[in-house]
Design a protein around this ligand. Sequence first.
Ligand code: EPU
Length: 344
Amino acid sequence: MKIQQNVQLQAFNTLNLPALASHYCQIHQPEELIPALTFAQQHDLNVLVLSGGSNMLLPEKIQALVLHMAIHGIEVTAEDAQTKTLTVGAGEVWHDFVLFTTTQQLYGLQNLALIPGLVGASPVQNIGAYGVEAGEFIEHVSVYDRNEQCFKQIAAADCHFSYRHSIFKDEPNRYIITQVSFKLLKNPSFKLNYGDLKQAVGENLSAENLQQQVIQIRQSKLPDPKEYPNVGSFFKNPVITAVAYERLACQFPNLPHYPQPNGDVKIAAGWLIDQAGWKGKRLGAVGMFHKQALVLVNYAQATLVDVQATYHAVQQDVLQKFNIHLEPEPVLFNQMGLIQSHTG
Ligand code: EPU
C-alpha cells in the first residue's frame, strides 16, 4: 500500500471534473484498508472512497485521503441446483462482470449491461435499469465497518435496498465495500416488462440477445462518457403522491408516470427537463444531452462550479413550471472529502 500526494482525479471521474487530491492510495486487498485508515487518522484526514467515479461530483481541491478501490477477482462461493453465487471484488468493472455472467449462462443481470462504474458501487445506490435492480440479486455485501472497526458481511435484507437507495447511502462514511456476492439463476429468466424491450428482444429469447438489446438501447440514448463526460441520469425520477400526480396530470396529461406499489407515482424527470426547454440546452461548458434530457454533460473542461450553475438553473426552471423539486442523483463532495447535501 503506497500513499501518494497531490494526485489529479480528473481521469478517474466520468464527468471529467478536475479534482486534485492531497492524498491518494490504491487498495488491492481488503487488509490494506487497515494501514490506510490508520494513516488517515494519524494525519487527521477524512477518507473518500473512489470507485468508478461514475456517480460523483468532485471539487477542484480535496484535502483528504482518497482510497481508490482496486480489489479484483470473481469466485464461485456457493451453488445449488437453481443458483450459483459469485463473490466479486469491488474493483471489477460492472459491465465486464455482467458480460461474464452471460458467458457462464447465469441469468439475472443482463438488463444491467453497460451501466458504468465498478461492482463495489453497485449496492450503494442499488443500480437499476430496464425493470431490474442489482439489489434483487445481491446475496450479501462484504464491508469494512469503520464504526465497529471490523470486516463483516451484510445480508441483502439488511441493506434495505430501494429505488436508488440503500443503507450505504444512509450511513455514507461507515462502510467500505470490499466485495459483493450475487446469487444468480441457472435457469433462463428474463425481465422484459420495461418499455419496448420485449419487442426489441423478439423471438430470440436468450441471455445474449437480451444483453445485446439493452446495450443497443442504452447506446442509442445515453452518451458515452469517453466522448461526452457524464454521470448517467443526473436527477432521480421524482416520486410523488397520487393526489399530487392527479393535479399535475390535469395540466400535463402526457406526463410519463409509473404507479408504485404503495400508491405513490414515479414521474419521468427527463420529460420534465425536456418540457422545461433544457433538452440540448447549454449554459457555458455544461448542458443537458440532446438525445436524453436527464443526462448532464461536461462539454468543455468544466469545473464543479460550472456544473452546479447548470443544474441549479435546470432545477429552478422545472420547479417554476411543474412545482416539482428535482433531486440530483450523483453524490456531491466538499473540499474536505465529505459528502455534502445538495441543498447546501
Ligand atoms: N423523456 C423525454 N425526454 C427526454 C428524456 C426522457 O420525454 O429527454 C421521457 C421518455 O420519453 C420516457 C420517460 O421520459 O417516456 C422516461 O425516459 P427513459 O425511459 O429514457 O428512462 P429514464 O426515466 O430517463 C431511467 C433510469 C436510467 C435507466 C432507464 C432505463 C433513473 C433516474 N434513470 O431513466 O438509469 O437506464 O430508466 O431503466 O431512474 C442512471 O441511473 O444513470 C440511468 C441511466
